[in-house]
Design a protein around this ligand. Structure first.
Ligand SMILES: C[S@@+](CC[C@H](N)C(=O)[O-])C[C@H]1O[C@@H](n2cnc3c(N)ncnc32)[C@H](O)[C@@H]1O
Length: 345
């Protein structure tokens, strides 16, 4: 996604030439990765200024808003910002100074307005937009029919009405997200979104269906062993939907708000430590553990708040084994959608 970010950032800078360039990263989290985006943008602006012959004292100031839900660990984020600022403003004898940058936290859901009208030049969001604002259609356990008990995400046997609720929740959330960002963007501003989607148009044939299907099976096995109450599983749906490129483009076009600059789907291995491009998993047991750790990092707060913390270790051990067995048969990959859009004058 780096070339997409580079192109969009350069284009916005050249088109608007702002004295202060406002950039918002939506769903930034608080771990060590979170400031990579900031340093990328600083680098891109510094290179653009150099190419355009902008003098050092005329470099734009950069104002970054780091957004996430209020429960995000903003204290940790601010400590990282402090370290980052010290490292970027350190002793640079003879070297060009990077553009001045100001970094703030912005708690709140990106399914609501976050910033004033026409105040933002660049929006970015990485691996967040697969999350819905709520479980599909606000579905709670009582909504599950006998047919759907045990499902937590879309399966081939799920009632068509529930599948439709998952799709409608995505359509509603994504349209709202686009409308809100349109209001906040300046003319000439751009938005770059990267999130987990699915490769095929068929809603039942998606990589996340396998990933969450295995999680549902692991939860079911805890129910069978008497470690988890059946009602708990019967009252849980993931607030997630992974769309196809076609679905994303259809909603963006329907909104009529943006010009689509770029849209692409690429694949990455489920195991984040597996960089190979083959269709064979070298060590399925180790990959199973890696995938389970990754999904645990993402899902733990949600699972713990619904099912309780005590099941976590047993659940993810079981999940690692099921993922390993799955990977032995088939090396499924994440389908990642990257798109950039522009608010035209
Ligand atoms: C998988 S993390 C990605 C973090 C970071 N962007 C990265 O790529 O390393 C997803 C993040 O999205 C945030 N998120 C989910 N729904 C959100 C919402 N409605 N508003 C703001 N942030 C949200 C989560 O809290 C989480 O930090």
């Amino acid at each position: 996604m780096k070339p997409v970010l580079e192109e969009a950032t350069r284009e916005v800078y050249k088109a608007v030439l702002p004295r202060t360039m406002v950039v918002a990263d939506l769903g930034c989290s608080s771990g060590p990765n979170t400031l990579r985006f900031v340093s990328e943008v600083i680098g891109i602006i510094a290179r653009s200024c150099k190419q355009l012959g902008v003098k050092q004292h005329e470099y734009p100031q950069l104002q970054f808003f780091r957004n996430d839900l209020p429960g995000n660990d903003f204290n940790n984020l601010f400590e990282l910002v402090d370290q980052f600022k010290k490292s970027t403003t350190g002793n640079r004898q003879g070297e060009a100074q990077p553009p001045a940058c100001y970094i703030s936290g912005l708690p709140g859901s990106f399914y609501a307005r976050l910033l004033p009208c026409q105040s933002v030049h660049l929006f970015h969001s990485l691996f967040c937009l697969q999350w819905r604002s709520q479980a599909p259609g606000g579905l709670k356990g009582s909504g599950k029919t006998h047919q759907d008990k045990g499902d937590i995400y879309i399966t081939k046997t799920m009632s068509p009405s529930v599948v439709k609720l998952f799709q409608q929740q995505f359509q509603k959330d994504f349209s709202l997200f686009l409308k809100l960002r349109y209001e906040e963007l300046v003319f000439g501003g751009q938005i770059i979104l990267t999130f987990i989607g699915r490769k095929h148009e068929d809603v039942f044939n998606g990589e996340p269906n396998h990933l969450y299907g295995l999680l549902a099976q692991s939860l079911q096995s805890l129910v069978d062993e008497g470690l988890l109450k059946k009602e708990k599983l019967d009252s849980f749906y993931l607030p997630i939907y992974s769309p196809s490129v076609g679905e994303v483009v259809a909603i963006a076009e329907q909104s009529g708000l943006f010009n689509m600059n770029h849209v692409k789907l690429f694949e990455t291995n489920w195991d984040p430590y597996d960089d190979s491009e083959t269709d064979v998993v070298q060590d399925s047991v180790r990959s199973g553990v890696n995938v389970a750790k990754c999904i645990r990092a993402v899902m733990e707060p949600l699972i713990a708040s619904h099912f309780g913390e005590t099941i976590l270790d047993t659940l993810f051990k079981e999940y690692a084994q099921r993922v390993a067995k799955h990977l032995e048969k088939e090396k499924t990959k994440h389908a990642v959608i990257v798109l950039s859009m522009k608010k035209e004058n």
